[in-house]
Design a protein around this ligand. Structure first.
Ligand code: ZN
Length: 190
């Protein structure tokens, strides 16, 4: 079922999610709801792609994330689901790139993330999966695992106001002036 995507200042977004013990029918339904809700969100926005989602973004404090199978092809509407994902190890430098979030409206930020991460999780069948991810996938995994710990990308760049940019409806990214930033900070850090 399609669920609403919750956005800041919703307080639950900053709560830690609980691990999944037994993978039940409910867990599998949650995964389906997360995929449908991401696609529904995307279908309503011509210039955006729903790359990934954490369960807290449909208001469920569970450690589950879904990630698009193909980041470059919008027509590929399949996802991988990760249950209880955790970063085992990170490698390389931190790289700073633009990031956005379905739960943070109109904001893009330049966020430092590790180049490479090793992630352990379970798949929906209950098998343990180990993933070594680089580049954009590594970024997405760090962003989503942050969600399961109640951290949003804006929290990572709170002390670097110049990292905040405005995302317009037409997909255009522009600098944010101080007044705009103050307004947005009131919403996202209240
Ligand atoms: Zn997000």
């Amino acid at each position: 079922m399609i669920q609403n995507i919750v956005t800041l200042p919703h307080a639950r977004l900053r709560k830690r999610s609980k691990p999944i013990g037994h993978i039940s029918k409910q867990t599998l339904q949650l995964i389906e709801d997360m995929k449908e809700s991401t696609l529904d969100w995307e279908d309503q926005r011509q210039h955006e792609v729903g790359v990934a989602l954490a369960a807290v973004q449909i208001d469920q404090l569970k450690r589950v994330v879904v990630i698009r199978s193909d980041f470059d092809d919008k027509n590929n509407r399949t996802f991988a689901a990760l249950i209880n994902p955790e970063i085992i190890k990170h490698e390389g430098q931190q790289v700073t790139e633009f990031e956005g979030c379905l739960s943070v409206k109109n904001v893009y930020g330049k966020v430092p993330r590790y180049e490479t991460v090793h992630v352990r999780a379970k798949n929906p069948k209950g098998d343990v999966v180990n993933i070594t991810a680089n580049g954009f996938l590594a970024r997405v995994l760090q962003h989503e695992i942050d969600h399961t710990n109640g951290i949003l990308f804006v929290d990572r760049i709170k002390d670097t106001p110049e990292a905040f940019h405005r995302l317009a409806e037409d997909g255009h990214i522009s600098d944010m002036d101080e007044v705009e930033r103050d307004e947005i900070f009131k919403v996202i850090f209240e």
